[in-house]
Design a protein around this ligand. Structure first.
Ligand code: FAD
Length: 377
């Protein structure tokens, strides 16, 4: 057994890379382990772009956390000199009584966020790539934008190393054990021990928690990049923001301006349940056609040739909120990453919150929505 670390972090995707960075920056002796070499395309943090938005329709409790995430992304940009974020503004579109518009409005009002309510005609006039029907409205929020996930993960890891973290890639954790004050992990190459352990292994997390009956589901998601069929200038980021669209009651898709690779769109919680081992990474004509049917109706100018598509995984809790909690039997073990398909934007803040919990035993952020007391078998 080698020297003892303060914290071992298993999984170096969005959450684990951020946790390594924040803990190393606070002077902790950190070991980060990943079965692959992040950023990679086999988990949940690939595909060039991720939305960040502030008028959070899912629940107002996320707003202070995302505001902290904005600050930390900006800090990381300053420290690294890399561009990680582009502000485009954002539209939450749907029927006025729907969950997206209603929830975004509630968060905006409760947290006094700058926003505007736009009619469908106003959206069509200001953002002609987007053609909502007359029964829809939109919440416009100016601070929304785009994060570049591969660059974010890479930068967190590079700067974690600069602050002294040991980062081991292509080294899977096969099991762990804990007793009073210590946690030990066994990997494909050796054994390590630490005072604290963070399990941030995304869609693989249940494999390392065989004693917990955690009802997580892994959902297959497809990202599509279409070429604009007409008026490509309307998809540029100066005329097209990010958007999240409730196109039918509780059915969602979202998209981005064309940053040079095509118009990126995807369904949200429309995928089949799968597992990281069994996931089908082929793209099928019928699913592309289903995406096109939505585009033809609401963004007809985006209905050009398919340029590319890629498969990704959501790790969903039953209520689609996050899971950030200590292991019910071992308080020195934190479980942090099932983020139900909307966690990337928060990862800088979640890394910092994990560092708060591990170094100070508390955080100023409200996490009760993310605690799940599932039975230990
Ligand atoms: C298609 C898609 C679109 C999304 N869009 C958005 C968006 O626009 N905005 C947003 O905020 N969020 C979005 N999300 C959600 C967000 O990307 C995820 O919540 C986030 O990336 C998950 O990060 P993670 O660290 O939990 O998982 P990952 O990044 O997958 O990291 C888990 C890591 O653990 C490693 N690992 C697993 N098992 C082991 C083991 N035994 N030993 C060692 N290492 C291990 C894996 O190799 C992997 O690198 C999207 C997700 C998807 C799939």
């Amino acid at each position: 057994m080698s020297e003892k670390y303060d914290v071992i972090i298993v999984g170096l995707g969005a959450m684990g890379s951020a946790a390594c960075y924040h803990l190393a920056r606070r002077g902790k002796k950190v070991l980060g382990l990943d079965r692959f070499s992040p950023p990679h395309t086999l988990g949940s943090s690939h595909g060039q772009t991720r939305i960040i938005r502030e008028a959070y329709f899912e629940h107002p409790v996320y707003v202070p956390l995302v505001q902290h995430a904005y600050e930390l992304w900006a800090d990381l940009e300053r420290e690294s000199g890399r561009r990680l974020f582009v502000q485009t503004g954002g539209l939450m579109i749907g029927r006025p009584e729907g969950v997206v518009v209603g929830g975004a409005k509630q968060s905006a009002v409760e947290h006094r966020l700058q926003h505007e309510i736009l009619s469908a005609a106003e959206v069509r006039r200001r953002f002609p790539a987007l053609q909502p029907t007359d029964d829809m409205v939109a919440v416009w929020e100016p601070r929304a934008g785009i994060l570049f996930p591969e660059a974010c993960v890479e930068t967190h890891l590079a700067h974690a190393k600069r602050h002294g973290a040991d980062i081991h890639v292509n080294e899977a954790v096969t099991r762990w054990e804990a007793d009073a004050g210590t946690a030990r992990v066994v990997t494909s190459r050796g054994q390590f021990q630490a005072s604290r352990l963070v399990l941030a292994c995304g869609s693989w997390v249940t494999a390392l928690l065989p004693d917990l009956s955690i009802p997580l589901t892994i959902e297959r998601q497809v990202l599509y990049w279409f070429e604009a069929k007409r008026a490509p200038e309307n998809f540029h980021s100066d005329r097209c923001p990010i958007y999240l669209w409730e196109h039918e009651p509780e059915r969602f898709f979202y998209g981005f301006p064309d940053l040079g690779e095509g118009v990126k769109v995807a369904g949200h919680h429309e995928g089949r349940v799968t597992s990281p081992e069994a996931i089908d990474r082929e793209i099928h004509a019928d699913e592309t056609e289903a995406m096109r049917r939505i585009i033809r109706k609401l963004m007809p100018d985006a209905d050009g040739p398919l340029r590319s598509a890629v498969v990704c995984m959501y790790t969903n809790t039953p209520d689609h909120h996050f899971l950030i909690d200590s292991h019910p039997r071992y308080p020195q073990v934190l479980i942090a990453s099932p983020c139900s398909g909307h966690g990337f934007k928060f990862s800088s803040a979640i890394g910092s919150v994990l560092a708060d919990l591990l170094t100070e035993g508390k955080t100023r952020f409200e996490l009760s929505l993310f605690r799940h007391r599932w039975p230990v078998s």
